[in-house]
Design a protein around this ligand. Structure first.
Ligand code: HEM
Ligand code: HEM
Length: 274
């Protein structure tokens, strides 16, 4: 119930943000939110840290053949940065970057795209800072961190899917998930840091060379994130053996049978037979 309510609240907030972006760009002054509301960026960061540090976490357990994989905060943060991340990529494509040509031309439509980008940045920063703070405070961020053997395990995992070799013994997160988590952290860190500079340039004077570098890094990281997102959705959600993970990003739970088959080390850990 808590999960459904929190995801509904998130959807309502996102729709409200969309309306604010639309109203600002249709107003007579054709407002650019990056010019008028910079203060909201540190506020989103602060709120994310506050929520991530104070949220009540549910304990992972096996009950009635089900295993709690994601405490209720986790899907809330994930869908906050996932939906806003998609909006950030789409608006970035509309205004054009690197070799991608601009799709929107008139000032009002360009402003609308940047206003959606602004609202997206707020939800993205909120979700990410909450996720990272929660992971840090609970110590769970360590579960996502890669180890050296993850390179070979990730290769064996996917070759075993096409009948070559055997599947490695996996823990709570697959080796490939831990490797991609580090990439997420790097690209998201770069896109948010440079985004902060780009947003700050709307209210302060920042030298052209710094802005040139910030824009280049922002755009290259945006491209890298787009590629990562495609792999993430295909391998982490759409392939049949990941359907339970996608469901758990809404319900929090996967079946015990699924854990036993796909994450045997985690299963042993949960049963206390490590
Ligand atoms: C998933 C994350 C993000 C992606 C994929 C992304 C992508 C892009 C792209 C492609 C552009 C257009 C090209 C350019 O001007 O560089 C852009 C512009 C911009 N982005 Fe982002 N961005 C992201 C996150 C952020 C964040 C978190 C912020 C703020 C903290 C931000 C602030 C800006 C600003 C201020 C502009 C330029 C607006 C202007 O020139 O008036 N972006 N972004
Ligand atoms: C820019 C957008 C996105 C980013 C940055 C992102 C990032 C992440 C991260 C860091 C995790 C690990 C978090 C955790 O386990 O609590 C995760 C998990 C997950 N993501 Fe995303 N994601 C994005 C979009 C999506 C989309 C669009 C989908 C599906 C349609 C998706 C499906 C999943 C699933 C199913 C998991 C759970 C994996 C598991 O339990 O092992 N993500 N994502």
């Amino acid at each position: 119930m808590k999960r459904v309510a929190s995801l509904l609240v998130l959807l309502v907030m996102l729709a409200g943000g969309g309306l604010i972006a639309y109203a600002a760009s249709r107003s007579n002054a054709n407002l650019l939110l990056f010019n008028t509301s910079f203060w909201a960026i540190p506020v989103a960061l602060f709120l994310g840290v506050l929520v991530g540090a104070t949220i009540r976490r549910e304990k992972t357990k096996i009950s009635n053949g089900k295993v709690l994989r994601h405490s209720w905060g986790s899907p809330f943060y994930h869908w906050s940065f996932a939906l806003s991340g998609i909006a950030l990529i789409v608006t970035g494509i509309y205004v054009g970057f690197l070799f991608i040509p601009r799709i929107v031309q008139d000032a009002q439509s360009v402003n609308l795209m940047y206003n959606i980008h602004f609202i997206g940045a707020l939800f993205f920063i909120f979700g990410m800072s909450a996720h990272i703070t929660d992971g840090y405070v609970s110590g769970k961020i360590k579960e996502h961190m890669p180890e050296l053997k993850d390179f070979s395990d990730a290769v064996s995992h996917y070759t075993s899917k096409v009948g070559i070799g055997t599947q490695p013994m996996e823990g709570k997160y697959l080796a490939s998930e831990r490797l991609s988590y580090l990439l997420w952290l790097v690209f998201i860190g770069l896109v948010v840091l440079t985004g902060f500079f780009k947003a700050a340039a709307h209210i302060w004077n920042i030298p052209g060379e710094i802005m040139g570098a910030a824009t280049f890094i922002h755009d290259v990281s945006a491209l890298a994130m787009t590629a990562l997102l495609i792999f993430h959705v295909l391998l982490g959600a759409l392939v049949p053996w990941s359907w339970q993970l996608l469901r758990s990003m809404f319900t929090g739970y996967v079946s015990e049978g699924y854990v036993e088959k796909h994450h045997p080390l985690w299963h042993e850990e949960l049963k206390g037979q490590k």
